[in-house]
Design a protein. Sequence first.
Lengths: 152, 252
Amino acid sequence: MVVTITVNGTKYTDDISPDLPLLDYVRSKGCLSVKRGCETSNCGLCTVHLDGKPVLSCSVLAVRANGRQVTTLEGLEEEARAFGAFLADEGGEQCGFCSPGFIMNVLAMAHELDDPTDEEIREYLAGNLCRCTGYQSQLRAIRKYLTSKKEG
Amino acid sequence: MFTAQNYVMASSLEEAYTFNQKKANAILGGGCFLRLSKKRIHTLIDLSALSLDKIEEFDEEFRIGAMVTLRDVETNDALRASFGDGFYEMVRHIVGVQFRNCATIGGSLAARFGFSDILTFLLALDCEVELAHAGRMPLCEYAAMKPDRDVLACLYVKKNGRRAVYQTVRQTKTDIPVLACAVSVLNGEYRAVVGARPARAMAVSFDPADPDWISKTVNAFSFGSNMRASEEYRRHLAVVLLTRAYNAIREE
Ligand SMILES: Cc1cc2nc3c(=O)[nH]c(=O)nc-3n(C[C@H](O)[C@H](O)[C@H](O)COP(=O)(O)OP(=O)(O)OC[C@H]3O[C@@H](n4cnc5c(N)ncnc54)[C@H](O)[C@@H]3O)c2cc1C
Ligand code: FES
Ligand code: FES
């Protein structure tokens, strides 16, 4: 099936198989930050933004992105770097597998929620399973990042 | 992951229904559950072009299209104004925000999962579903049927003033429930729903004026054991959760 999908601002037209997950489609466009960490729609590693909303690219079929905008970490380099610095300062950075999906979901949350409470932050990020480097350090990094964004 | 050879964007419900009569074909909801299967699907049927992604409020009911996501019902202001935190409580433990941005109400109801938070809470309200072929029927009737090949078009939730409280216990935050319970009341008539028994959710009415209401209510349900919990533990939890839900409703 022929689809037109915008990935990080670039429009692609391709003839794809209907069962191709969005994850494999964006990886084929060089977005190698997007990782598959499970086979059960559970881990959150594959998070990308579809028309601005965070989704699991392992579960969404690429045909569903037809005519829509997909954003991966590669497309949000500046924001990702800004938040990454807070993560590093708090000792909350994660491995190369887990970081991209986690950061993508944090950035989606920063766009969607105004002044979230700690409980709201935890709930928004519950779908990113791995917290190897610690829940507290990440929560501190997120709070400081949100504050710095607000103060501009 | 399943495989699929073809893909159709249905242009009407009838067309979707016709395609869905073939066993080798499948309707694509959010695809979150479908992807766990290794099915070899001939044609995937997409309902995305049928405007079924809307939550509409009318004088007497809400109409929620089959393609509305779990996140949509969770964050919808009109549903919150009518049912308080109910819809939020129903879905907040389901995997994560990214997942709930994908999974749909249609897929959740059509699959009639035994572990469903969604079926449990909705059976506590007064709901109907609309199917392409069978038309409108009460949700409790639909929920009791075996999965069939009809197409679920939308869910109707009555705005009749029924109040419902939802309670669940899980082993870890985003796991499926060990037990799901809801209690609702309308004009002094109480209803208890228990799901994840681990069998499918079912509703019974009860009279809290009866001093034995809790044991009679719990005895109206069957419970089973599986890897998450024993029958005995589920029965015990049912007493606790139904009592809590009942107390919460009385205090509201
Ligand atoms: C990892 C995981 C964890 C989960 N945890 C929970 C939980 O804790 N609590 C809970 O309540 N649920 C849970 N679920 C279920 C989830 O909430 C959804 O109900 C499920 O993913 C189905 O929704 P979907 O839109 O993804 O449907 P799909 O996967 O697209 O479809 C499911 C089935 O329904 C059919 N179908 C889809 N739409 C229609 C329609 N309109 N008419 C007729 N048939 C249709 C499909 O052909 C398929 O057979 C979980 C699912 C997964 C994968
Ligand atoms: S790869 Fe695990 S949720 Fe998508
Ligand atoms: S496995 Fe990657 S940070 Fe835990």
